[in-house]
Ligand binder design. Structure first.
Ligand code: DMJ
Length: 685
C-alpha cells in the first residue's frame, strides 16, 4: 500500500562505485523521488498517462523520420559529389566513370538528371537517391566548361555499369508501385516554386520498359528491326512523358487550347481544342490507344468549326488542318478527313486579297479575313508554310481550289524582287504583294519554315516542281554565303542574321530545324556539303542545350566571334526562356535516321531528361520556363504549348524507335508541326 521507503531506494543506489557525477545523480534521483512521492495519486496517474502517450507517438513516427533522414542524407551526398573536382574522385571510381564515358553508352546520369525512376510506377513515382534534378536541391554545375562532356557526379557515371543498373531497377521496383496503385512513391521529391508544385523526376538511366511483351517479344519477322539496347526503355520514357502531359491536359484543360499546368487551368487561343488535335497522331504513333480513343470521341462529338472566332491562318493550318490530315492518313478514319475538309473550306476567305497573298487572320464562322490591326503585312513564313496541307487537301478532295491558292503564293514569291541570293525578307504586303522591311534576313522567326517548305513541297510533289528546288538550292547557297559563321573560341558553326549588310551573330532556337532539313535534302540527292553543314549545325544546337545549367536551350543565343572570348555562347537575360520547342530534337531525328550515329540518340535522351528535371509539373503537364541558366529557380511560365505533344515528344519517340518503316522518310514528309503527310507518287516524265 505504501511506496517503498526512501531507505530501500537509497540502499539500491548507495553502493554505486562510480564517480562524483554518479553521486550527484544519486542525489538528484533522491530528490526527484521525494517530489514524486509528494504528488497526489491523480497527478501521478496523469503524468504516467502522458508519458505513455509520448512513447506511443514516438514509436509510430520513427519509420517516417528515418525515411526523411535517409532522403536528406542522399541529397547531401549528391551535392558533395557535385562540388568535387574530378581530381578528388577516388581513382577506382574515376577510371570506371571514364570508361563508361569513353564507351558512350546511353547516358545514365547527368547534372540535369534525377533519381532513378521506374516507369512502371507511373509518372509520379520517383525513388532512389541522388536527386540533382530537383530544382531546389540541384546546384549549378561548374560553369565555363566548354564542351564539357562529363555529365553528372562520378558516382552516377559509375552507375553506367549494367549490373548496377539492373540492381537499381530491382530496388526501384520493390519500393514503388503503379500510379493508380495502392502504394505510391515513398520518396517523392517535390519542390515548391513560389507556391507551385513541381514534380521532381526522372530516370537517371533508360528506365525499364513497362511493356514486358514488347520488351521481350522477338521480332515477328526476321526482317523486322531488332530493337537496339536501351531503345525500348527510351521509347517507354517518352510514352511516360506523354502520359504525364496528357494527364494534366485531360484533368485541367480538356477540350481547350492549352494547359496551364501550374495554375491547373487552361488558356484559350482559338477555342478549338488545339492541344488535343495537335496530339492525335502522336498518340497513334506512340500506341496510346486509350488516350487516342477518348480524344477521337471528343473530335466526333464536340469539335465544331462553326464558331465565331478569329484564327491565325498559319497556326490553324499547321496544327489543326495538318493534325487532322495526318491522323486521317495514319488511321484511315473518315472522321478526320471530314473535319479537315470543313476546316480547310472555312480558311479559304484568307486568300481573298488584292495580291492573293493571304491575310494572317480569318473568322471561320463568318468567313471574313483580315490582317493584324496594326499592318496590312503578312509574315513571310506564315504565307509560305501552309502549302503542304492545302495541296494535300486538294489531292484528297479532288477539289483544286486549295492547291491553286497556295501554289499562287509560291509563284508570286518565286519571282519577287528583294531577295538576296535566295534569302527572303520577313514580311510581305497583302495589298501590293511586295516584300516589306527589306534587307533583314534570318533563318529564325518569321522566315524559318519558308526554307523548310521549299524542300518539303518539292519532296511531297515527287520532286517534279523545279522552281521549288531552284529556290531551295539558291537559298542554301545564300545561307552559306551570308549567314554561316564560326565562333572564335571553338569554331562552332552557326547561322546568324543579316540586317542591311550588317552581320548579327544571333541565332534563334527555331533555326535548329535547319540541320534536319539539310539532311533531308541530302538524303534526297542534294549536294553532299548540305550534309556537312547539317552535321556542324547539329553540334551547335546540341551545345545550346549542353552548355546550359538546366541542360535546356534558351530561346535565342548570341555567339562570340573573337578567339579571345572565353565563351562561345552568350545568352542575354531576355532570351533565357525555353518554350518546350521541338526544333533540335526534330533535327536529331533526321540526323539519326540518315547516319545511325548513336550520339544523336544520346543527345535527345539528355534533352528528355532535362525536360523531366526542370519542366515537369506535379499532377500533370510540362511548363515553359523563364530561365534555363538557373536550375535552382527555372521559373515556370505556366504554359504547355501544344507543340510539346504534337512535335517534341513525337520526334523524341521517332528518334529512339528502331522501326524506320514506321513513317519512312521515303514515304512521308512531315509538315512544320510534325504531322506526317504522304509523298505523292512521281508524275510520269
Ligand atoms: C511550331 O508551331 C512549328 O514548328 C513552327 O514551324 C515553329 N514554331 C513552333 C515550334 O517551335
Amino acid at each position: 500500500m505504501y511506496p517503498p521507503s526512501r531507505k530501500d531506494f537509497i540502499s539500491l543506489t548507495l553502493n554505486d562505485p562510480h564517480s562524483h557525477t554518479y553521486n550527484n545523480g544519486k542525489h538528484r534521483r533522491q530528490s526527484c523521488w521525494r517530489k514524486w512521492k509528494q504528488l497526489s495519486r491523480l497527478q501521478r496517474s496523469l503524468i504516467l498517462f502522458l508519458l505513455a502517450l509520448l512513447l506511443i507517438f514516438g514509436l509510430l513516427s520513427y519509420p517516417s523520420m528515418t525515411v526523411q533522414w535517409r532522403g536528406l542524407s542522399d541529397r547531401e551526398d549528391w551535392l558533395e559529389l557535385n562540388d568535387r573536382e574530378v581530381k578528388d574522385i577516388p581513382p577506382e571510381v574515376k577510371s570506371v566513370s571514364d570508361q563508361a564515358e569513353a564507351k558512350a553508352p546511353p547516358p545514365v546520369a547527368g547534372p540535369h538528371m534525377g533519381p532513378a525512376v521506374d516507369p512502371d510506377a507511373g509518372a509520379d513515382a520517383v525513388v532512389g537517391p541522388k536527386a540533382p534534378n530537383v530544382p531546389i536541391l540541384a546546384k549549378p554545375r561548374i560553369k565555363n566548361k566548354t564542351f564539357q562532356n562529363k555529365r553528372g557526379p562520378p558516382s552516377l557515371q559509375k552507375d553506367g555499369n549494367i549490373s548496377d543498373a539492373i540492381g537499381r531497377k530491382k530496388q526501384v521496383q520493390e519500393v514503388v508501385q503503379d500510379e493508380e496503385g495502392e502504394e505510391v512513391d515513398k520518396e517523392k521529391k517535390i519542390v515548391s516554386w513560389r507556391g507551385a508544385l513541381i514534380e521532381a523526376d526522372q530516370a537517371t538511366e533508360p528506365p525499364p520498359s513497362t511493356n514486358e511483351k514488347e520488351a521481350a517479344a522477338p521480332p515477328a519477322n526476321p526482317a523486322d528491326p531488332v530493337p537496339s539496347e536501351g531503345a525500348v526503355d527510351r521509347l517507354e520514357a517518352v510514352r511516360d512523358a506523354f502520359r504525364h502531359a496528357w494527364k494534366g491536359y485531360k484533368e485541367y484543360a480538356w477540350g481547350h487550347d492549352e494547359l496551364k499546368p501550374i495554375s491547373r487551368s487552361f488558356g484559350e487561343w482559338f477555342g478549338l481544342g488545339l492541344t488535343l488535335i495537335d496530339s492525335l497522331d502522336t498518340m497513334w504513333i506512340l500506341g496510346l490507344k486509350e488516350e487516342f480513343a477518348e480524344a477521337k470521341d471528343w473530335v466526333e462529338k464536340e469539335l465544331s468549326f462553326d464558331k465565331n472566332v478569329d484564327v491565325n491562318l498559319f497556326e490553324t493550318t499547321i496544327r489543326i488542318l495538318g493534325g487532322l490530315l495526318s491522323t486521317y492518313h495514319l488511321t484511315g478514319d473518315q472522321l478526320f478527313l471530314e473535319k479537315a475538309k470543313d476546316l480547310g473550306f472555312r480558311l479559304m476567305p484568307a486568300f481573298k486579297t488584292p495580291s492573293k497573298i493571304p491575310f494572317s487572320d480569318v473568322n471561320i464562322g463568318k468567313g471574313i479575313a483580315h490582317p493584324p490591326r496594326w499592318t496590312s503585312d503578312s509574315t513571310l513564313a506564315e504565307v509560305t508554310s501552309i502549302q503542304l496541307e492545302f495541296r494535300e487537301l486538294s489531292r484528297l478532295t479532288q477539289d483544286p481550289q486549295y492547291q491553286e491558292a497556295v501554289n499562287e503564293v509560291m509563284r508570286l514569291v518565286h519571282k519577287l524582287p528583294g531577295k538576296q541570293d535566295g534569302l527572303v525578307p520577313m514580311f510581305i504586303n497583302t495589298n501590293s504583294g511586295q516584300f516589306t522591311h527589306k534587307g533583314v534576313f534570318t533563318l529564325g522567326a518569321r522566315a524559318d519554315s519558308y526554307y523548310e517548305y521549299l524542300l518539303k513541297q518539292w519532296i511531297q510533289g515527287g520532286k517534279a516542281e523545279d522552281d521549288l528546288l531552284e529556290d531551295y538550292l539558291q537559298a542554301v547557297e545564300g545561307v552559306k554565303k551570308h549567314l554561316v559563321r564560326q565562333t572564335g573560341p571553338s569554331r562552332l558553326t552557326f547561322v546568324g542574321e543579316l540586317s542591311h549588310s550588317r552581320f548579327n551573330p544571333k541565332m534563334d532556337h527555331l533555326v535548329c530545324f535547319l540541320p534536319g532539313t539539310l539532311a533531308l535534302g541530302a538524303h534526297n540527292g542534294l549536294p553532299g556539303d548540305h550534309m556537312d553543314l547539317a552535321v556542324q549545325l547539329m553540334e551547335t544546337c546540341h551545345q545550346m542545350y549542353q552548355q546550359m545549367e538546366t541542360g535546356l536551350s534558351p530561346e535565342i543565343v548570341h555567339f562570340s566571334l573573337q578567339a579571345s572570348d572565353g565563351n562561345n555562347l552568350i545568352v542575354k537575360p531576355a532570351d533565357r526562356h525555353n518554350l518546350l520547342r521541338p526544333e533540335t530534337v526534330e533535327s536529331l531525328f533526321y540526323m539519326y535516321r540518315f547516319t545511325k550515329d548513336p550520339k544523336y540518340r544520346d543527345w535527345g535522351w539528355d534533352i528528355l531528361l532535362s525536360f523531366n528535371n526542370y519542366t515537369k509539373v506535379l499532377g500533370g503537364g510540362y511548363t515553359s520556363i523563364n530561365n534555363v541558366r538557373d536550375p535552382l529557380n527555372p521559373g515556370p511560365r505556366d504554359k504547355m504549348e501544344s507543340f510539346f505533344l504534337g512535335e517534341t515528344l513525337k520526334y523524341l519517340y521517332l528518334l529512339f524507335s528502331d522501326d524506320t518503316e514506321q513513317l519512312s522518310l521515303d514515304k512521308y514528309v512531315f509538315n512544320t508541326e510534325a504531322h506526317a503527310l504522304p509523298i505523292w507518287p512521281s508524275p510520269p516524265k
